[in-house]
Design a protein around this ligand. Structure first.
Ligand SMILES: C[S@@+](CC[C@H](N)C(=O)[O-])C[C@H]1O[C@@H](n2cnc3c(N)ncnc32)[C@H](O)[C@@H]1O
Length: 273
């Protein structure tokens, strides 16, 4: 069992923001626009907002005045989100933000009262199944659309291929599913768990792929991602030993030179009640 105090670094969130933006399922924006609140005014709760990337992406794509309530347990990230708010709405209407220090696994429907949309991005894999179900119940209690974006699904492709890739991916995914003091993390099982949990509550869930596709232009992100991927795999399976050192050196030099194409699988989930 490990003590779980993962803090997400601001520089990592900064580095991934453009790739996230490119990966997000744009089709869902059209669907959300067609389900705008009756009075045209949005109240959007973004759970695990980090430095606020979801709002910076989505707010300018939705018409109408918006109030974003940004939830995170990390006060430093909330301060960054407040310092870099989204631009105006698609029709130029005002977008206001409010930050809320909260543990999103403890939310009750009251905390989301009045929401016209709940979003979360790159969050669900960090939760346990019980935490996810509590969060889904809190969202369902409000009865508004829910967008769970960029949920990792554990599928990774590196080109050119290497015989060790599959073993590395398996070790990394096992690491993401590790047991913590809070229980077993969902890791790559989050997409299926969320879809099942939502459907159990009678919701119709649309799921779309939203993979990162990292090439030469994204080599800085690819390198950082690769370092974290290999380190986690190594922690999970120390027996990889010497093989992993050779693998790390070769893969990092390819990523740095921009000659490796990396696809990291994610999915976006949308619920329109
Ligand atoms: C991978 S980051 C994603 C941040 C942001 N949504 C984005 O897409 O850039 C995950 C975020 O969830 C937050 N987080 C994780 N577990 C949380 C919890 N139980 N309650 C509140 N925030 C949490 C972390 O602090 C971090 O900011």
């Amino acid at each position: 069992m490990t003590v779980e105090a993962i803090r997400v670094s601001p520089s990592w969130l900064d580095l991934r923001e453009a790739a996230d933006r490119a990966a997000r399922a744009r089709e869902f924006v059209g669907r959300l626009r067609r389900r705008a609140p009756v009075d045209g005014e949005w109240t959007i709760h973004d759970l695990g907002c980090g430095s606020g990337a979801m709002g910076r992406w989505l707010a300018p794509l939705l018409p109408g005045p918006q109030r974003w309530v940004l939830h995170d347990r990390d006060a430093d990230l909330l301060a960054m989100a407040a310092a870099n708010p989204p631009g105006p709405a698609a029709d130029g209407a005002d977008v206001a933000i409010e930050t809320r220090a909260s543990d999103v696994t403890q939310l009750r429907p009251d905390d989301l009262a009045g929401a016209t949309l709940v979003t979360a991005s790159a969050l669900l894999d960090l939760l346990t199944r019980d935490e996810l179900m509590r969060l889904i119940h809190a969202c369902a209690g409000v009865g508004c659309p829910v967008l769970f974006a960029l949920c990792v699904n554990g599928r990774v492709q590196l080109l050119p291929e290497d015989p060790l890739d599959a073993r590395m991916a398996a070790a990394f995914n096992a690491h993401q599913r590790r047991v913590t003091q809070r229980g077993r993390l969902l890791g790559p099982d989050a997409v299926q768990a969320a879809a099942e949990g939502l459907r159990l509550l009678g919701a119709e869930v649309a799921v779309r792929p939203s993979p990162w596709r990292l090439g030469r232009a994204e080599s800085e992100l690819a390198v950082e991602w690769l370092i974290g991927w290999v380190d986690a795999a190594c922690e999970q399976e120390p027996a990889l030993g010497l093989d992993i050192d050779r693998y790390r050196r070769r893969r990092l030099s390819e990523a740095t030179a921009g000659v490796m194409a990396v696809t990291v699988g994610h999915a976006d989930l949308l619920v329109l009640p």
